[in-house]
Structures are given as structure tokens and as C-alpha cells.
Design a protein around this ligand. Sequence first.
Ligand code: DLL
Length: 439
Amino acid sequence: MYFEPKIETMAREDLRRLQLERLQATLTRVSRNVPHYRKRFAEMGIDPDGFLSLDDVRRLPFTTKKDLRDSYPYGLFAVPLRDVVRLHASSGTTGKPTVVGYTRNDVKRWAGLVARVLTAGGAGRDDVVQISLGYGLFTGGIGFHYGAEAIGAAVIPASSGNTRRQAMIMEDYRTTTLVCTPSYALHLADALDELDINANALSLRHGLFGAETWTEGMRAKIESRLKVTATDNYGLSEIMGPGVAGECQERGGMHVSEDHFLMEIVDPVTGEPVAEGECGELVLTTLTKEAFPMIRFRTGDLTRIMPGECPCGRTFRRIGRILGRTDDMLIIRGTNVFPSQIEAVLLEVEGITPHYQVVVERQGALDEATVEVEATESVFLDRISEHQNLVERLRKRLASELGVSFRVRLVEPKSLERTDGKVKRVLDRREQPGASCPG
Ligand code: DLL
């Protein structure tokens, strides 16, 4: 099922033509209306009318989080505030968050793009969609809400938190589609167990998850505990919010709505394009945004373009699972480690949850990394000697599988700090390390 069949299956050459037209219009607009881009284009001798091929995008300057922070709050807006109908902000765990704006047209297009990923994820007008993502400045809740209304589903704006109540709602309202972060999906599964609600007796069929990194192991766990097909969904507030890319039922990567976003994968260090299919940093240019257009935004997210065509018939290319963030890769005593590799190990050990955080510090000349992981309720109530056994087992397992010795600390269930439902995976208290892809 497609939300917009003609567009989602359009021929690649038609798509490229459309992208070029839209890129030209965007460049003209930003050079006219956004002083930051006008200045950068002038410095680099870029004439927006001289763009005749999509490959020319490489001549354009990158936009970084620093550019956004320097323009806080409204400096990069391309329309006057009177044309803005909505403001959101990035979660911004460090420093000032980023404020993003939407015109009436932007809000409408956004709903359409989220409607596409919801449809791809299996939802339709007969569904009861429970949105258990935070409503507020975070784009997750409201973003999915408008998309779910656009497909005509019955929407439950549950927001995040009050998990036991959510589990009851899920049973009583006969929710068929759940939208939340993957870690919250597991919390909901725990709450169902606590309430003695059998997932088999629920009406759940599909789950759309995203907003944080997760692994195939976590997908398998969610699918078996909640009895859903679990699809991955990607987006970021700087570009729009959810709806930038989402998996279809094939679950082989997330289709990027390329008619609205131009994607590149670059080497995070040199900024040069990587070879076809290789992992690198995702860079996005918006092609239709009115209030907050972005030129070559460095997302910081590491992924790759999946090879081949998708059997679902969509012609939009797919990106693979987000493998980590350029700023989350750890180099512990010379070995590169990504949080997702740690998560894969945690999933195999009984008594702990996959909710964790890695704290890295420099002790003298050496790096010390501590994995803080939330224990399950029952383990947390156990005797201290049991904790020590578990910590020791986990430490050995991490050392043998990742080649790095971590300290391990068990913490109380649900105690790691969450922003918009997401745990910040890495707290690096050293100077910032460089970044590259895993493996
Ligand atoms: O997290 C938007 C969103 C909401 C996407 C709900 C999907 C579902 P931000 O708060 O601006 O926006 O955070 C964006 O979250 O740069 C990634 O690092 C991470 N992220 C988003 N989706 C995924 C995903 C929303 N599917 C940042 N897998 C991005 C891994 C993700 N990381």
C-alpha cells in the first residue's frame, strides 16, 4: 500500500528532474531570504542560477549544528515570523536547542510525508493508532499525530509516560498500531506483563519505531513480545521531524522521501562522497521547505544506501539502520566501539534491560569507560551478591566480544535520564574524539 502511489513509484529519471527543479528553486530562495546563505554563497562564488546538474550540490557549503546555534533562534528562517504557524525544537542535550519553524504549507506537507511512512509501516484508515511519543517541542508526537489523521486512522494522542495506563489503553481501545521509541516499546511490554495482559490477546499488528538507535536484536525482541511487525523510522527536527524516511513491510531499510529531500553520504572526516553503498554520514538538503530550508545539513548520523530495488515497488532509495552518530563513536584505548555493539551484547544477558549509557572519562593517561545499565525489577531487588555475579558476567562478555574492558554498573530500572524518551547513549567527559564508521 502506498499513500501517494504515483509519486512513491515514479521513474528515477523523472525524480532526478524534479529534484533538480526543486533544488534550483530552494537555492534561489535561500540566497534571497537567508543572509547566512547569501553570504556563504558570495564568499564561495556560487551563483544559484548556475546549477544545472544534481552533482553540483557538492559545490555547496555544508550547514552544521554550529551554524544553527550561531543563528539561534530565528536567524536561518527564510520567511518572516508572520508566515510561520508552528515552532518546534531539537532535544538539544548540550547548549541551546535548535528552533525550527513551519509555514502552513510546511505543516501540510509534513503530514503527507508522515502519512507515507505510516502507510508503508502497515497502517491505514481502519487502524487505531496509539502515539506514545512525547507531544510538545519534540517533533515526534505531533508529527506522527498529523500524519495519522491524514491517513484517516483513529488517533490516540497518548504521549509518553504513565506506562501502565498506556498498557490499559492499548487493551481497552484495541490499539492496532503503536508508534513510539524502541526502548519505550519494551517498557510497554514490561507493563503488559505486570498487568497480566497477554500480548496475543491484544489487537496490535504494527509498530512504527524510531527517534533513537536500535539493533536487529531489539527488533526481534519487540516483535516477539508485542506481536507486531516493527518498522524503523528516521527523521530529525532540523530537517522536518519524523517522516523523512521509513521502512516498508519488507523491513530492508528506510525509504527516503527523495522528492522532498536530497541525500548524500559523505566521509565524516573529509566531507567527500563515499563509494556507492559504503557507510558514512548522512547529509540532507530540503527541496520544498519554506520556513526552514536546509542546505547540505550534516546530520551526524552514520548509515549507508542499501543496494538494489525494493520488492515493494517504491523507487525511493533506502538507507540502512542508523549505526551511530559521528559524535557517539568511542575510541577506548585505541579500539573503536559503537553503542549499538554494546546494545547487542546487553540483549544476550539475562537480568538486565537494553537501557544503558556509556560514561567515558580520562583517568590519568588512560580512558576508562563505564557501562551503566538498568537492571530488571526482579534483579534489582535481589541480593547484592547476585548483582556482583551479574556485573562480572557482563564485564567478561563485553571484553570478549568487543575487545575493550569496560567497568559495569547496574542501576535502578528507569533511572537513566531521558530527554524526549531517549537516553543519551554516550557521556564523553574527555575531549571530543574523531568519527568514522564501525567495522
Ligand atoms: O527524533 C524525530 C523522530 C521522531 C524520528 C519519531 C522518528 C520517530 P530529533 O529529536 O531532532 O528528531 O532527533 C533526531 O534522532 O539525528 C538521529 O540521531 C536520531 N534518530 C532519529 N530517528 C532514528 C532512527 C526525532 N530511526 C536524531 N534510528 C537523529 C536511529 C534515530 N536514530
